[in-house]
Every structure is written in structure tokens, then in C-alpha cells.
Design a protein around this ligand. Structure first.
Ligand code: LLP
Length: 442
């Protein structure tokens, strides 16, 4: 196999041993030293993408903020990187908030999301002094107003709106349609009523409006549509209620390359679609250009992650299929099963060899947990290291202990160093919440 034909992302390259290398680390050695499955995160790639994203927006509009949607990959080390790169952070649960705060992420640069936040979560957020709560519905307006009042403070909020955009991503990850649990619908007047109500809440200060139309979006036109609908609503609010807000948050959703043929918009095309549309619409509608927020998750970390597996059993069914079993599966990557997500992989142990064999990579769970169906690989042998690419977003974050598998470790690689940023769970960890009542001990 010639290097030009290999699908390589970030700092991935093929080294002189014929192995896949990431961040200057030989993946076969990483697998040896850290065990498998192993998530490998390419620090240089993450930082470069964050900078490029921030730059693409700042260049077009000085008052832009990139907010890392931490749900894609939340952990303390990531919170540090996000802070160092000057991004804000989106937390969508008490756990994500706790993770960021414990990593000393500045509270005022955190945005708190969720369609059903509990009183405890809101209390935690307000006490911490977080920058913005994105309020999803009327009941939450009252609950948050009460919580802020009890703490004798005013909480800055944005309102989560639903513009009717229908991006053609998998229906499980679409969020901006009319028929959705999220936010105040613009269609039907819910959003206008929400704004009206929020303005009467004593302990809340509305700084702006927010939306998120979906995820893994590969066509920039959907962002244009979302931005236009939000601007038109801003104009309606100005006309009907006489108010304007300084902030406009257009959510995340930019897609990434999972397969060599995937072609997401470039960061510049994406920024142009968002900023250009908002600028044009504001000019046309007589609005001032708002401060712009975007909330990418997947596009900041997805391509920077690779999962390493060790090949175990290989089952050849002549004339039918060859199954190559990885030592993980649905527990470390539920996305193929949940979203029919497709991935690309490289035989990291034989990265210079021709991909002569088409195989199906299965997991090792007690069900048919196919990770990749029909992929051309350099013929795999038991003991080889397989690298599945673009697993940096929503893989570790969505991993589980199904079949009592231990969640894998995550290493952060850069310039030949590999630091563990999430430890592999131990067998003992699996028992850490089990209790056996006395009456079962007899
Ligand atoms: N902002 C809000 C309010 C969101 O709900 C999300 C993602 C984002 C930002 C970040 O979106 P991104 O840039 O990552 O597309 N588990 C699914 C993805 C669910 C996304 C949920 N919300 C998956 O594995 O594909």
C-alpha cells in the first residue's frame, strides 16, 4: 500500500516500521503499552482545529465565540485544552458541568444546556456563576427564576428556539424540526410567547437566542437556513416587542469525515455560511450585528480520535464473509448500532501493505455488534492492531459497561508523548456500586 492512498487525518502517518503513527507515537507500541481497546486523541489536531475554527469566525466577525460542546468528549484534560485555546464550553448536565468546574474552567465562560434541567442542576449552575443558562421551556423559566431569586442573584439566560430546519442527517440526531422535544418553536408563536414571558422574570436577564439544528451536517445550506430563520425572528421580536438582544447562538452540527469520500464544508465555508448569512440578514432587516456564538462538538474532536483494537479471532465463511473480531465493540462505540454510523479503519500493524482483503470488523459482545461492514484491509492476522478512525466524538462519551466490559483508557498524544487522560476501568471499578444485602449473604 502506498502512503498517498491511505486515508490519514491530523498527524496520522505511516512510519518506517510500516505502522500507523499518531502524534509521533507508534500505535502498535501504544497498544502494547496501554492495552486495547484504546482511544488515542491527537492533541495537535485538536488544538489546530480549535484555533482554525476560532480564527475563521473572528476574521469575519470580531465578536464571535466558539463554544466547545463538551458532550462530544468530556473529561478534565479536554476542559484544560479548551480553556487554553480561548474557547467557551457547553455543558449539558450536572456531570459535564462538574467536570469542567473541577478542571478550573472559568464558570463565566460556561453555557448550560438541557431540555429538562433539574432544580439541583440549575442551583449548581447559578451558584457556580456560570455565564449563560440556555432555557428550553416556560417551566424552566419559572424554575430558574425561583432558583436565582433564592440565591439573590440575576442569571443571564438565552432562550433555546426551534427554527423549522430539516437537515438530512440521521433522524435520531436532528433537533431543529418542528416536531422535537427541544426548545420554543418559532412556528406557532411559542418562541414569541417565551421571549415575552422571559422578559417578565425578575431574576433573569435575557441576553440572546439560541438554536441547534442537528449534527453531522454535511451541507452548509442548512446552516444558512437556520441563521436566516433566527435573524427573521430577531426582527419580529424587535418589531413586536421593541427589544433586541446582543447574543445569537447558532449551535453546533458541522459534520466530519468518517469515510474517505465524506466531504464536509471547510471551516471557512462553514464560517462564511453562518457569519455571511447573519450579516446579510441583519443588514436587510435593519438589525445590529449580534455577538455570535457557535457550539461545535464533533468537528473539534471527532477526526482527532482513533480507537485501537487488537485483532482476536478471525472467522472465514467461504463465499460469504470474513469476520475479524476486535477486542471491543458496541460498548466503546455504540454509534454503528444506534445511528448506522460508518467508519473507516486501517490495519495499523501493516499500514504499508495492500488492502487485499474485504472483511467485516465485529466486536466481542454477545450480540452481532458489527463495527464496520465490508472494509478493505491489509490481510489481518490475530494480534494485529486495528485503528478505527474519527472516533474522537461521541465514542468515549457514549461508552458503556455492557457485558461488564471495562471502559477503555484515553491517551493524549503529541510529539512522541502519550499521556493517559482517562484511565482504563478496572474489574474492581465494575463492582464499585454493587451492593449485596445482608439477607443474600446467608
Ligand atoms: N449544541 C447543542 C445544543 C447540542 O445539542 C449539540 C449536540 C451541540 C451543540 C454539538 O453538536 P455537534 O457540533 O457535535 O454536532 N450522539 C450523537 C450526536 C448528538 C448531538 C447532540 N447535540 C452522535 O453520536 O452522532
Amino acid at each position: 500500500m502506498k502512503e498517498e492512498s491511505v486515508f490519514l487525518l491530523g498527524t496520522q502517518r505511516v512510519n518506517s516500521a510500516g505502522h500507523l503513527e499518531i502524534g509521533g507515537c507508534d500505535t502498535v507500541q501504544l497498544a502494547e503499552e496501554h492495552g486495547t481497546p484504546l482511544y488515542v486523541m491527537d492533541e495537535a489536531h485538536i488544538r489546530a482545529t480549535m484555533r482554525a475554527m476560532r480564527e475563521a469566525f473572528r476574521r469575519r466577525h470580531a465578536e464571535s465565540e466558539v463554544i466547545y460542546a463538551s458532550k462530544a468528549f468530556p473529561c478534565m484534560a479536554m476542559s484544560r485544552i479548551v480553556a487554553q485555546e480561548g474557547l467557551m464550553l457547553d455543558a449539558a448536565s450536572a456531570g459535564e458541568l462538574f467536570t469542567a468546574l473541577r478542571a478550573d474552567f472559568p464558570a463565566e465562560r460556561i453555557v448550560f444546556h438541557g431540555n429538562n434541567k433539574s432544580r439541583d442542576e440549575l442551583d449548581m449552575a447559578v451558584r457556580a456563576g456560570i455565564g449563560r443558562v440556555v432555557v428550553d421551556n416556560e417551566a424552566e423559566l419559572d424554575l430558574l427564576d425561583e432558583v436565582a431569586g433564592a440565591l439573590d442573584t440575576t442569571q443571564k439566560i438565552m432562550l433555546r428556539l426551534t427554527p423549522a430546519v430539516d437537515p438530512h442527517t440521521h433522524r435520531y440526531i436532528q433537533t431543529g424540526r418542528v416536531d422535537t422535544k427541544f426548545g420554543f418553536n418559532i412556528e406557532g408563536g411559542g418562541a414569541l410567547r417565551g421571549v415575552q414571558k422571559a422578559l417578565t422574570n425578575q431574576n433573569l436577564e435575557v441576553t440572546g437566542l439560541s438554536c441547534h439544528i442537528g449534527s453531522q451536517i454535511l451541507d452548509a445550506d442548512f446552516f444558512t437556513m437556520g441563521a436566516r430563520l433566527m435573524c427573521e425572528f430577531l426582527a419580529q421580536v424587535k418589531t413586536e416587542l421593541g427589544v433586541t438582544f446582543p447574543d445569537l447562538d447558532l449551535g453546533g452540527g458541522l459534520g466530519i469525515r468518517y469515510l474517505p469520500e465524506d466531504a464536509p464544508p471547510s471551516l471557512d465555508d462553514y464560517a462564511e455560511a453562518v457569519v455571511g448569512t447573519v450579516r446579510d440578514c441583519c443588514a436587510k432587516l435593519g438589525l445590529e450585528m449580534p455577538r455570535l456564538h457557535i457550539e461545535p462538538g464533533r468537528s473539534l474532536v471527532g477526526e482527532a480520535g482513533t480507537t485501537l483494537y487488537r485483532v482476536g479471532s478471525i472467522k472465514r465463511i467461504p463465499g460469504v464473509r470474513t469476520y475479524v473480531a476486535a477486542d471491543g465493540g458496541i460498548s466503546d462505540n455504540p454509534r454503528p448500532a444506534l445511528y448506522e454510523a460508518r467508519y473507516h479503519a486501517i490495519n495499523a500493524s501493516r499500514a504499508t501493505e495492500e488492502e487485499l482483503e474485504t472483511v467485516t470488523i465485529s466486536g466481542k459482545h454477545c450480540e452481532t455488534d458489527t463495527l464496520i461492514e465490508d472494509i478493505a484491509l491489509a490481510p489481518a492476522q490475530t494480534g494485529d492492531v486495528l485503528a478505527v478512525q474519527s472516533t474522537g466524538a461521541y465514542n468515549h462519551a457514549m461508552s458503556s459497561n455492557y457485558n461488564r466490559f471495562r471502559r477503555p483508557a484515553v491517551v493524549l498524544v503529541n510529539e512522541g508523548r502519550a499521556d493517559t487522560i482517562v484511565e482504563r476501568e478496572t474489574l474492581q471499578d465494575l463492582l464499585s456500586h454493587d451492593l449485596v444485602p445482608g439477607r443474600l449473604r446467608a
